[in-house]
Design a protein. Structure first.
Length: 280
């Protein structure tokens, strides 16, 4: 039986519909939700389509220089945004590697994050960018650091009645950033991925994706590596700290052991790329 689709035009209307129908599901781009429904994994009686909520779309620079990405912004818009430069360029790169043109035309950043697939492209890039989520529910708006979103495999800190309305990014710096992933074929979910940005103090922020239920990051190891980016021993110790954090699974995209072996290689390749791009 087809799900009944409701099409609110205002955010408060969408929240009211969800409150009145707790078992309904929000429909963002639909790339994942429709596939799950077609596979018989979910059978919602009601969907609340969000494509009519203009306030949830678009990428804007705020008065303080920070960047806000509306949760309904399509992947193609993120991949093409001139605002995502320097330390945020990895977001553009990640968006451009998602699936294929039809999915990039349809899928949204908010929908992807709510699905919380560890192999998706956005999580690692947003963790490396130190993004913050804008959430809305019946009790009002709250902010959540992206690092606190992912609780377990496909489990998030979102409350049942909450909706991701936006993603906030710090003011981009001139420092280069890079997103790299290894996948079986172009557009597939990552076997492993790496998002990396150089910092002004001669260090790195690094997040590894698809090697556990949430992106891996090691702030203490990043601090120890600061000023030693050209030291092979220091880099090896840093890479090992992320390998030690990994909790990968065996699946059709690769074994857990293979994923662990990819982490140092992705870090090394990404760093080589950034050092070449570093302003002199």
């Amino acid at each position: 039986m087809p799900a009944f689709v409701q099409r609110p035009t205002r955010l408060d209307e969408a929240l009211a519909l969800k409150a009145a129908q707790p078992d309904s599901l929000y429909l963002a781009g639909g790339a994942t939700l429709v596939a799950m429904k077609n596979a018989g994994l979910i059978e919602p009686e009601s969907l609340i389509a969000l494509d009519g909520l203009q306030e949830l779309s678009g990428i804007t620079r705020l008065a303080d220089g920070s960047i806000r990405i509306g949760a309904m912004t399509r992947h193609r818009e993120t991949a093409a945004s001139p605002l995502l430069t320097g330390s945020l360029a990895m977001l553009r790169q990640a968006a451009g590697k998602i699936a294929n043109p039809p999915v990039r035309n349809m899928g949204t950043m908010g929908g992807s994050l709510a699905n919380a697939d560890p192999g998706a492209d956005y999580p690692a890039a947003l963790v490396a960018a130190e993004a913050e989520l804008e959430l809305m529910g019946p009790e009002g708006e709250r902010r959540l650091p992206i690092s606190e979103l992912f609780l377990d495999w496909y489990e998030t800190a979102l409350k049942q009645d909450e909706l991701i309305t936006g993603i906030h990014l710090p003011t981009p710096s001139a420092a280069p950033s890079h997103y790299r992933k290894l996948a079986r074929v172009s557009g597939d979910y990552a076997t492993a991925s790496c998002a990396m940005v150089l910092t002004a103090d001669g260090g790195l922020r690094v997040a590894i994706g698809a090697c556990g239920p949430a992106p891996l990051r090691a702030p203490a190891a990043e601090a120890a590596l600061c000023g030693h980016l050209h030291d092979p021993k220091a880099l090896a110790e840093f890479s090992q700290s992320l390998v030690d954090l990994a909790d990968p699974i065996d699946d059709v995209r690769g074994s857990a052991d293979y994923r662990r072996k990819l982490i140092p290689r992705l870090i090394s390749a990404s760093l080589d790329r950034l050092l070449q791009e570093q302003p002199r």
